[in-house]
Design a protein around this ligand. Structure first.
Ligand code: C2E
Ligand code: MG
Ligand code: MG
Ligand code: MG
Length: 286
């Protein structure tokens, strides 16, 4: 910041900002060790269809830090993006998800569930990304359609041709492609139409105020209509109330994810639920 303001600008020392910088540096240094010592954990948040039936889960990484306790991704994913650790970390999440899909394959109640994995721009841009996805699928023997990759609109900011080509290669592997946090970025209709996507996810920022803010309601409705006209599935994230779910379902939303149904869960908790769904966690409202 100081640099961009130029030489003659006074720059005040901000202790709070410095504390953040220090904390991030410390986290960044811990990260390499954390990966080796298996301190990262994948939680899984269910996604349900219009009938309330679970169709899949999203893999959401957490860090079980020996001193700081469980750290959520907003605190370390941006740090990992900056220091390059997002590559090995993202790869580890991808492989963990594929192994989980393989473990579910021989279980009738889970054999068709999907796992969605968040892919950072750095990861996607890596020249070996497609090969690494292919290797993970091959090694675990999973059906590729059950692996869903969640990409973000920031991918579309530049290098569009390469991005579309790479998405096409991923589609050729058979994986499912989703565009996460949709509506926050700037993808134009003409761009969207060219992408080999299967799904759009409505950002939880719109879902949060869908009943109280007419703009958010209009945007959610527009995203659903857009998805339908492009034959894409549409998933709403951050659904917390029956009323939000009902509004979105009325507009034609196919799937829902949020605290109304379940928070992200450790695998043992999720497995226990999947074995015995009558333990009653999913909300069925139709
Ligand atoms: P995201 O991919 O948009 O994931 C959805 C986020 O919304 C998750 O936050 C989830 O816990 C939260 N959420 C779900 N339902 C509700 C709800 O009803 N209310 C509210 N308030 N929140 C809800 P989380 O787990 O903290 O993850 C934050 C972000 O970190 C993710 O946003 C994703 O961008 C990133 N992330 C998480 N895991 C990974 C990963 O393995 N790799 C990469 N590259 N990014 C990841
Ligand atoms: Mg996501
Ligand atoms: Mg999202
Ligand atoms: Mg989001």
């Amino acid at each position: 910041q100081a640099k961009t303001l130029g030489r003659n600008t006074l720059c005040f020392f901000d202790p709070a900002m410095q504390a953040t910088v220090n904390a991030n540096a410390a986290l960044g240094a811990d990260m390499r060790i954390a990966l080796k010592e298996k301190q990262f954990v994948v939680y899984y948040q269910p996604q349900v269809d219009r009938q309330g039936v679970i169709t899949g889960v999203e893999a959401l990484v957490r860090w079980q830090h020996p001193q700081r306790g469980l750290i959520t991704p907003i605190h370390f994913i941006p740090v990992a993006e900056d220091n390059g650790m997002i590559l090995p970390l993202g790869q580890w999440v991808l492989e963990t998800a594929c192994e989980q899909l393989a473990a579910w394959a021989d279980w009738p109640q889970t054999t068709n569930l999907s796992i969605a994995v968040n892919v950072s721009v750095h990861q996607f841009r890596h020249p070996d990304f497609v090969d690494m996805v292919m290797a993970a699928i091959g090694r675990t023997g999973i059906k590729p359609q059950r692996l869903k990759l969640e990409l973000t609109e920031s991918l579309l900011a530049d290098r569009m041709e390469i991005t579309i080509e790479k998405m096409g290669m991923l589609k050729d592997l058979g994986v499912t492609l989703s565009l996460d946090d949709f509506g926050v970025g700037y993808s134009s209709l003409s761009v969207l139409k060219r992408l080999p996507l299967d799904q759009l996810k409505i950002d939880k920022g719109f879902v949060a105020d869908v009943l109280t803010d007419p703009n958010d309601a209009a945007i959610s409705r527009a995203i659903i209509t857009l998805a339908q006209s492009l034959s894409l599935q549409v998933v709403a994230e951050g659904v917390e109330t029956h009323e939000q779910r009902e509004f979105l379902a009325y507009q034609g939303c196919d799937q829902f994810q949020g605290h109304l149904f379940s928070p992200p869960l450790p695998i043992a908790t999720l497995d226990a639920f999947l074995r015995n769904p009558s333990s009653g966690m999913m909300v069925v409202t139709e």
